[in-house]
Design a protein around this ligand. Structure first.
Ligand code: GLN
Length: 547
């Protein structure tokens, strides 16, 4: 019988914090730990606790914060949820992402309702209770054996203090045997002899202990093999068993990290610490995937045209989906990131696209760089370069076709120009009058019917698919007939026929675009069909061109 806490069954809880510097790999560690537990047959509910005040990541610029990841139920979340889904092969939901913004919104709404009537509303206990409620809820809703919660930011940040206080309290609330703290830290090397330094880790753990959290396990990011005496020192100074000081070297592929952690005993340590049933681990399928990724038989180059290409995280799911798509044909996918602005500076597209085997035009918002995207698409259409358009990429493909094939000079999207000569892309009717920017787009999973005999149908092998969305604009149905008459195939439509979901060209080796974001559902063991199709077409093109 499990304990009951806040009216819900208590799961086991793992809290992952980070120290010394940000971007240290907490997300991959959390995801890998989840993979390890899933491979032992446990149900895992991942959770990201983000200390920022935005209610969700939907309003954040990808330059600053990386990609906005969209869940099945339409939450706009932190990109780490993408790692959780891809590694653990689970679907996250709105409840899997908790922010300071969400916590305060609930607490303030409750105060206004009079839920705390007479009381002074404070960080402890009101804010911390709300955080704990959400942690317990996500486990209960998903009937999870284990909840793995990653706390964003770095220990020592002012804004993460309420979250750290809440997870500290959880040890008592849920019982110490049910709570485990994992701290990811940096062990740098300095000087001409690359001396390995433990002091930053000691300081970081000290800070955590000052808050009342003693880590059970340390994951040490280190770029060299960590000498045994260094592990011993960290163990001694940080009060963590030596076998629980785990080294984390930068891996050839992030997908290798769970295998390394399992080899280093992370699975056994976690199971023992939390008193979970001891079960055999089955990472065979995962190991095979990693082996394919590490030993490709061929390679292709895919160009991705977007407007945030200088931030490597801005198109994270597209990056991962391309890697997954190479697995079936044992192909390494090399990505060439092209800033769409650059294509607008008078240089012809072939200067950028010569030598690539395929093209993706990425999702995006606003007018900057769209003419560059349109030029790249025209080049792909006219030269037979395999092409996949995603969301804005579909909209730009339709504009390009309208202008250059249908002769609709001045065709554009209402998003880019208030009154274009031919508004081939216009606002979704239900978006009219929407003024709030947060969580108001057409978001989450929607069904789409695929037309028999089309490329889309062949790739998915089904008439009815479901993909995730994030957009406000759509193909204007007034132009459907004209586009079709001139050879654009509308291969996917919403079940009510109202919305164009997918278009393609037949007289082309691979030209397909979707209003959805298939990258969000791609998993290493289940690559997204439109991406697999692109990589396959790129492999064929490369073989035909003989480069
Ligand atoms: N800006 C476009 C829209 O809102 C495309 C969005 C996207 O690419 N995600 O419809």
């Amino acid at each position: 019988m499990r304990l009951v806490f806040l009216g819900k069954q208590v799961a086991k809880y793992i809290f992952v914090t980070g120290g010394v510097v940000s971007s240290i790999g907490k997300g991959i560690t959390t995801a890998s730990l989840g993979r390890i537990l899933r491979s032992r047959g446990f149900t895992v509910a991942p959770l990201k606790l983000d200390p920022y005040i935005n209610v969700d990541a939907g309003t954040m610029n990808p330059y600053q914060h990386g990609e906005v990841f969209v869940t099945e139920d339409g939450a706009e979340t932190d990109l780490d949820l993408g790692h959780y889904e891809r590694f653990m092969d689970v679907n996250c939901s709105e409840g899997s992402s908790v922010t300071t913004g969400k916590i305060y919104s609930s607490v303030i709404a409750a105060e206004r309702r009079g839920d705390y009537l007479g009381g002074t509303v404070q960080v402890i206990p009101h804010v911390t209770n709300e955080i704990k409620r959400r942690i317990v809820d996500v486990g209960a809703q998903q009937e999870a054996d284990v909840v793995i919660a990653e706390i964003g930011g770095t220990v020592g940040d002012i804004e993460s203090l309420p979250f750290l206080e809440a997870i500290r309290q959880m040890r008592n609330d849920a019982g110490p045997e049910n709570v485990m703290y994992v701290h990811v830290t940096l062990v740098p090397t300095v000087g001409p002899w690359s001396e390995v330094k433990t002091k930053p880790t000691q300081h970081s753990v000290e800070r955590l202990r000052a808050i009342g959290i003693a880590p059970d396990l340390l994951i040490c990011r280190c770029d060299v093999d960590m000498p045994d005496d260094v592990r011993e020192k960290i163990s001694l100074f940080c009060g963590v068993q030596k076998k629980a000081v785990i080294e984390s070297r930068t891996a050839a592929t992030i997908y290798e990290v769970p295998l390394r952690y399992e080899d280093d005993g992370l699975g056994d340590l976690t199971v023992a610490r939390l008193g979970l049933e001891s079960r055999a681990s089955n990472l065979h399928e995962w190991a095979t995937l990693v082996d394919t990724l590490k030993n490709p038989e061929r390679s292709v180059r895919i160009a991705v045209v977007g407007k945030y290409t200088s931030n490597g995280d801005a198109y994270k799911s597209i990056h991962e989906a391309l890697i997954h798509a190479g697995i079936p044909s044992k192909s390494a996918v090399e990505m060439v990131w092209i800033e769409s602005d650059a294509l607008e500076q008078g240089r012809p597209p072939q200067e950028f696209l010569d030598g690539v085997d395929g093209l993706i035009v990425a999702p995006g918002f606003g007018g900057r760089g769209i003419e560059g995207k349109i030029e790249a698409i025209q080049f792909a259409r006219e030269t037979g370069l395999p092409f996949l358009g995603i969301c804005l990429g579909l909209q730009m493909a339709v504009i390009e076709f309208a202008r250059n094939v249908c002769g609709l000079v001045g065709a554009n999207s209402e998003e880019m120009l208030p009154n274009p000569a031919y508004p081939v892309i216009h606002l979704l009717p239900e978006q009219k009058g929407v003024t709030d920017k947060g969580a108001t787009m057409r978001l989450g999973s929607y069904d789409c019917n695929l037309v028999n005999g089309t490329l889309a149908h062949q790739l998915y092998g089904s008439n009815r698919i479901s993909e995730r969305h994030r957009h406000r604009y759509e193909v204007n149905n007034d132009f459907r007939e004209k586009l079709q008459e001139m050879g654009m195939v509308i291969s996917g439509v919403s079940p009510d026929y109202r919305l164009v979901e997918m278009v393609e060209l037949t007289e082309h080796p691979y030209f397909i675009a979707t209003q959805a974001h298939p990258e969000f559902k791609s998993r290493p063991n289940r690559p997204a069909p439109l991406f697999t199709g692109l990589v396959k077409a790129a492999v064929e093109r490369k073989a035909a061109v003989g480069v």
